[in-house]
Ligand binder design. Structure first.
Ligand code: 5GP
Ligand code: ZN
Length: 107
């Protein structure tokens, strides 16, 4: 996916403020934060949206979901945080590479 901005971030072709990375996923700060802490967790694999996933993605999505509280805690959100996933144009999705928003205010 050469024209996908999040693939380019995953490939380090364009910079991002990365807070977590492993073989499967990458988490970085949102460029236009809507909260004091606003992170985006993406699979390194290009998946368009939650509407495009299938049983073959269960392990990957499970790993990502389990990683969310660990990343949140490490970024000051141990007291609590919000997650959301925009799906499709009707769901407000603007970048068509699946991502989980992790947002909150450190206390
Ligand atoms: P969506 O509306 O697709 O769920 O959210 C896309 C998010 O990606 C937005 O919050 C937007 O600020 C963020 N974003 C878009 N382009 C970039 C970028 O190049 N770098 C970073 N770090 N965030 C981006
Ligand atoms: Zn992509």
């Amino acid at each position: 996916m050469t024209d996908c901005i999040f693939c380019k971030i995953a490939d380090k072709q364009i910079p991002a403020d990365i807070v977590y990375e492993d073989n499967d996923m990458l988490c970085f700060k949102d460029i236009n934060p809507a909260a004091p802490v606003h992170l985006l967790l993406i699979p390194k694999q290009h998946l368009v949206s939650l509407a495009e996933v299938g049983p073959e993605h269960e392990a990957l999505l499970g790993k990502m979901m389990v990683k969310v509280p660990e990343i949140a805690e490490a970024n000051g959100l141990g007291y609590g945080f919000k997650t959301h996933i925009n799906t499709g144009k009707g769901g407000g999705q603007e970048v068509f590479h699946l991502h989980i928003h992790i947002m909150g205010r450190p206390v």
